[in-house]
Design a protein around this ligand. Structure first.
Ligand code: FES
Length: 368
């Protein structure tokens, strides 16, 4: 880069770094004499420019990369149609992953990647790399061209007889306006309260999964039934429905269902429970609540016996068991749903009905 010596040329600097003397911006647009246009660097010939064998080799390499992309796309198509939606596998560091998602993501990624590097390799080895200077021209059209364009538009309106045929003008406006309405309604509808996907309202605790019979509460993960007197004061049980395995088998291993069904079972002194409904839905102070945090769905697993608070470890939402799991702290916006429990003839705890409200995060608008 050429240094600029403004002191010798009599230039006046404005004092801003990067703004040299004003004589650089001469009105005739010419550069001062002491500047020499360095020009473009000498063109370097690549192997493929002079050697046909190297060019052929590069061509094959580019074709191979595009071929790999085609292969990856074929894997994507096969994965899309052939892999069952429920298929999963264990991915180290991630956990349980859906096979189809992984295959589709990787294959699509590789397909794009090979197209990209194929194109780059093509450009670097075979496409012309001659430097070309393209002079810019003014973007604005001259006044004649601009007024001609306006005249053309106005003539179009005149030829279409819009002014003379108001009936067509208004009916066209009506048709266009109504045509836009479905889109507006779609957008407006998506902003308002929505009911949420149906599957979020159901869990394996619904009695239809047990031919209408009450469902036993089972210790997780042992899957053994729980007697009322086994739940001592202050103890906490992590519970699953006895129908869990049957449901998973019949529904091709839907593990999300297990996540939604997690329940926490705790015994309090019945006199500590301040809400009648919460007391009535339990047995002798033993109460069951969904374990899925109503904030964004972490497992609420920390029980503070002294205060009867349930804590979510993710963002510290705190639920008060004595007040029907009301939120007393944190970002959750609604209580944990309670599962009604009873004791069956054999003395085991059962759920005589499913949850009365959706468990888990509030993905949709709710009344409370
Ligand atoms: S998921 Fe429980 S507080 Fe956020």
């Amino acid at each position: 880069m050429t240094d600029i010596d403004t002191s010798q040329s009599g230039a006046v600097s404005d004092g801003n770094p990067g703004t040299p003397g004003t004589d650089l911006a001469r009105h005739d647009g010419a550069l001062p004499d002491r500047f020499e246009n360095p020009g473009l660097p000498a063109h370097v010939h690549r192997a493929a420019d002079d050697d046909p064998a190297a060019a052929k080799r590069a061509e094959k390499q580019v074709a191979t990369l595009f071929g790999l992309s085609m292969l990856a796309t074929l894997v994507f198509l096969v994965g899309y149609f052939a892999i069952r939606d429920e298929a999963t596998f264990y991915l180290p560091g991630v956990g349980l992953a859906k096979t189809q998602n992984v295959v589709l993501g990787l294959s699509l990624g590789f397909a794009l990647f090979f197209i990209g590097i194929g194109a780059v390799h093509w450009a670097k080895t075979l496409m012309s790399d001659e430097e070309i200077v393209e002079e810019r021209h003014p973007q604005r059209s001259d006044d004649r061209a601009r007024s001609a364009a306006v005249t053309t538009v106005l003539d179009g309106g005149t030829n279409a007889q819009l002014g003379r045929r108001p009936l067509i003008l208004y009916s066209l406006g009506g048709a266009m306006g109504l045509f836009a309405l479905p889109f507006v309604l779609q957008i407006a509808g998506s902003l308002g309260p929505v009911d949420g996907p149906e599957e979020l309202k159901h869990t394996i605790w619904d009695l239809e999964n047990n031919d209408g019979k009450p469902i036993r509460l089972m210790r997780d993960p042992e899957m053994t039934p729980i007697k009322l007197d086994e739940v001592t004061n202050g103890s906490v049980f992590h519970v699953m429905p006895e129908t869990l395995q049957k449901y998973i088998d019949e529904n091709h291993g839907v593990l999300e269902a297990k996540a939604k069904a997690a329940v926490i079972l705790i015994r309090l002194d019945p006199n500590d429970i301040k809400v009648a409904k919460a007391r009535d839905w339990g047995v002798d102070g033993v109460v069951a609540y969904s374990k899925i945090c109503t904030h964004v769905g972490c497992a609420v697993g920390l029980y503070e016996q002294g205060t009867h608070h349930l804590l979510c470890p993710c963002h510290q939402s705190t639920f008060d068991l004595t007040e029907d799991c009301k939120v007393i702290f944190g970002p959750a916006r609604r209580p944990l749903p309670q599962l009604k429990i009873q004791v069956d003839d054999a003395g085991y705890l059962v759920a005589p009905e499913g949850f009365h409200e959706p468990v888990g995060p509030s993905f949709w608008e709710r009344k409370r």
